[in-house]
Design a protein around this ligand. Structure first.
Ligand SMILES: NC(=O)c1ccc[n+]([C@@H]2O[C@H](COP(=O)([O-])OP(=O)(O)OC[C@H]3O[C@@H](n4cnc5c(N)ncnc54)[C@H](OP(=O)(O)O)[C@@H]3O)[C@@H](O)[C@H]2O)c1
Length: 278
């Protein structure tokens, strides 16, 4: 899998826009994603979504999976499409509701099996019942691989007792989400992919965009790169098992994001970026 994939959350942009032209542009962008050799798309039934009212609130448009099917089915063999289940308009789904969400993803994506499904949990002390429900669907052949998202180290140990976990998806960026350093390192030791979300937008979270940072700006200027590229290159520097999934609505940004894999950050650059904590 290429280390830089594509996140489908921002398909409609980071400001509230919708309409047939937005979907047409999203279809063209997704085709370009695959044309450029990206083989990892991260999606969810509730994407695209964008910030609504600041902080962590967001508004969902719910058409990313339909548009992915329209743009890309029949899918290239090497393409991995990862989905997330858990969040619903009524809060976190109950374990017995997860099957319905998986079936809806299968239908919307036009697939017989989902390549990778994350349990996207929220405020659960134990994820055993939820993850166990997904493991049952995996045993039935509806899901190929399982991941977990928005989790702590204890959740990872708990899930691994139930079924293999191939990926952990948590927030992580320069100076943001550094509480996840520990689980990132553990994933590396266990041979599990760590997939950071908000790698570009960091503390701006749902609102999107690239936050201002003098340190990042100075490094970017010295390399003739953009700040988004420095942020992505830094996340990749955190371990060979880290796979980025930047979200964008722009073909130009998509191309820049893919080029970030080749940005040669020096040991001094990395020291300066590593020292930024939240
Ligand atoms: N598991 C979870 O709970 C969770 C939560 C959030 C996201 N995710 C996943 O993680 C992916 C990444 O998160 P995200 O999309 O929210 O945030 P992100 O990738 O960190 O940043 C996206 C924002 O940065 C902008 N951007 C992207 N590339 C840029 C570039 N080269 N130059 C300038 N601006 C750039 C985008 O706007 P433009 O459209 O203008 O490029 C957008 O506003 C999502 O797409 C989704 O698949 C998962």
């Amino acid at each position: 899998m290429r280390r830089i994939g594509f996140g489908a959350k921002r398909l409609a942009g980071s400001a509230p826009t919708d309409g047939p032209d937005v979907r047409e542009r999203a279809i063209a962008l997704l085709r370009r994603v695959v044309e450029l050799g990206v083989n990892h798309i991260d999606t969810a039934a509730f994407y695209p979504s964008h910030g609504a009212g600041g902080g962590t609130a967001f508004e969902s448009l719910d058409w990313a999976n339909d548009v992915i099917r329209q743009a890309l089915a029949p899918y290239p063999r090497e393409l991995v499409i990862a989905t997330k289940v858990g969040p619903t308009r009524n809060g976190l789904a109950r374990p017995d509701e997860l099957r319905g969400l998986v079936e809806a993803d299968l239908k919307a994506l036009g697939a017989d099996t989902l390549d990778l499904v994350y349990l996207r949990q929220h405020r659960l002390e134990s994820i055993a019942e939820h993850f166990g429900a997904l493991a049952e669907l995996q045993a039935k052949g509806m899901i190929r691989q399982l991941g977990i998202s928005n989790v702590k180290v204890a959740h990872l140990h708990e899930a691994r007792e139930i079924a293999p976990v191939v990926a952990v998806q948590n927030r992580y960026s320069v100076g943001f989400g550094r509480a996840n350093d520990e689980i990132l390192e553990l994933c590396g030791e266990l041979g599990i992919a760590f997939v950071p979300f908000f790698a570009v937008t960091g503390e701006s979270r749902e609102a999107g965009g690239v936050p201002e940072s003098d340190v990042v700006q100075e490094i970017a200027a010295r390399h003739g790169a953009t700040e988004a590229q420095v942020r992505l290159a830094w996340t990749l520097s955190r371990g060979r098992h880290v796979l980025a999934i930047p979200g964008t609505s722009s073909e130009h940004h998509l191309e820049q994001n893919l080029a970030a894999a080749d940005l040669p950050l020096s040991p001094d650059d990395l020291d300066a970026l590593n020292s930024l904590t939240d």
